[in-house]
Write a protein that binds this ligand. Sequence first.
Ligand code: FAD
Ligand code: NA
Length: 391
Amino acid sequence: MDVDLVVVGSGFFGLTVAERMANEHGARVLVVERRSHIGGNAYSEDEPTTGIEVHRYGAHLFHTSNERVWEYATRFTAFTGYVHRVYTTYRGEVFPMPINLGTINQFFRSAYGPDAARALVREQAAELDAVLAGREPANLDEKGVSLIGRPLYEAFIRDYTAKQWQTDPTELPASVISRLPVRYTYDNRYFNDAHEGLPVDGYTAWLERLADHPRIEVRLDTDFFDTSQPVHKDAVVGNVPVVYTGPVDRYFDYAEGELGWRTLDFEQEVLDVGDFQGTPVMNYADLAVPYTRIHEFRHFHPEREYPDDRTVIMREFSRFADRGDEPYYPVNTPADRARLLAYRGLTEREHDERGVYFGGRLGTYQYLDMHMAIGSALSMVDNRLAPRVRV
Ligand code: FAD
Ligand code: NA
């Protein structure tokens, strides 16, 4: 095979590796992608009847405080001034999220200042102190109450989390939430990063520019494990260095068992109204509503000229993934962590003996924001690939 590097997967991790290795280090890179489009989960496309950009695998908001990643990203796209904000519907009333002074005062029909609100939440969060008597919360329910008190926890966290996990929070490990930040100001800006925005001409244009180099070839509809096509695992590994960004358990034929993931189901609809909900993302906190949230994509790009009599919405449902479902969020039970450790042993050997590099969210079994995937790809190129891949 006449290439210096094979990259499996064309998400942000794989494309960043391909771009750097081809452009900065002169490597000829072959990218194989199982799907019929590039970009991994950040891929977006225009809904054909309205022209509204839809993020096919869930809404993607770009934000970072990593200056290197920001500088790198802006070589390939400009960003709009979009600032992310989220609201939630609870029992027929809309509240700002994350929980902030506005949420608290609306919920308790009060006019607390920061100190009074802090004191109230502290008092409510002490409810379980006697019950716990010094021990750690035994499940997510106890943890939630002990972090922010029962009223706010039960309204805004409990049932939403139950829907995300399809599991009653008394059955969920406390580790599912590490903290529940409450803001004692009216600031409901969702992210706190130095840089935030959406790609001016869309995610796919950005992703295509990463791949647009004479030394990069992308083969779509090509599964690395499909032995009927030439660039499959057995034909490549050991002969050419490989960066693998697919699921790590799949690479080893599930030898150490399957790693657990949650997946999402999306229900997209074009409506004959100009504006359905007045905001990009509305969460639904009530258990009786089966979806967790609704995205309305026109609001991600208020600067664009979209039709004023039609809109695209997407309802999001959450559940445990079966094999064959898209893996979205690691479940990360103790059993998963034990399996992951076993896979780490295998990936180290595969790296040392056969030149395979595991990266990205699927290859390392961890949730990565886009800026983290890009940052970790840049580090892999500098520290591990550039010194080792011979051109
Ligand atoms: P992926 O994008 O998953 O790319 C992996 C690629 O490998 C895929 O294209 C896959 O088809 C391919 N592949 C797998 N197996 C094979 C095989 N056998 N052969 C060939 N190809 C294969 N990040 C943010 O910063 N902001 C957000 O708001 C945000 N929202 C998100 C919402 C959801 C629902 C999800 C799931 C993720 C979100 N992310 C967000 C994270 C973002 O999607 C990831 O950071 C990014 O996808 C990571 O890129 P990656 O290359 O590691 O993985
Ligand atoms: Na998101």
